[in-house]
Design a protein around this ligand. Sequence first.
Ligand SMILES: [Cu+2]
Length: 227
Amino acid sequence: MKKIFLLPLLLFLTGCNITVLDPKSDTASEQAFLIEFSFWIMMFVVVTVFILFTYFVIKYRYTETRKHDLPQDVKGNIKLEITWITIPVLLLIVLAVPTLAITYDQSPQWTEESDQSGVVIDVVGKQFNWTFTHANGTEEMDKLLIPEGESIVLNLKSADVIHSFWVPQLGGKVDVIPGKELTYEINNPKKGTYQGKCAEYCGLGHTDMTFEVKVVSKQAYEQYLQK
Ligand SMILES: [Cu+2]
């Protein structure tokens, strides 16, 4: 109970300027959709349960007049049982279909099994920075420039320990694992500058393992590659 005084400490977390539910790519929009969709289904269940709970607490509360009432002994009710089995099953199906579809669609693939169609960029995570290498060899550290509206194909490699690639507004998180290369796709990013970070604790410098993603026009991306 004393620990409750620690709750205000959560306010310090508001200092983290990572924006989670403000998607700026199709990939992130699908993720946000899943979170919001399941949230509202859960709210529907919570609200229904609490309304029924309040109703029954009031309806069957103890009163002087009902002091000696004994509730009827009910031995099952087929209609009710079918109802409370069917509704949750339906809710689970409604939740499962988009969850499975989007999760499978967005899952990273082993690089050797992926079709590599799109703007291919090699990403190497290393304690404690990120290196991005574009198709023509252009390389930059902790700064990723990508063209808007394209499929961005990221080949993720680790030079040491497990890291996790995460740009909350565009996509991720995807584990970056040593010894095996994963391909992750971010679809249709919108113009803007976004913060990315390593989302897997990887050592003392983990907090500083951040990077910046700039989504620019296709022409600007071509010019960047020419430089
Ligand atoms: Cu890391």
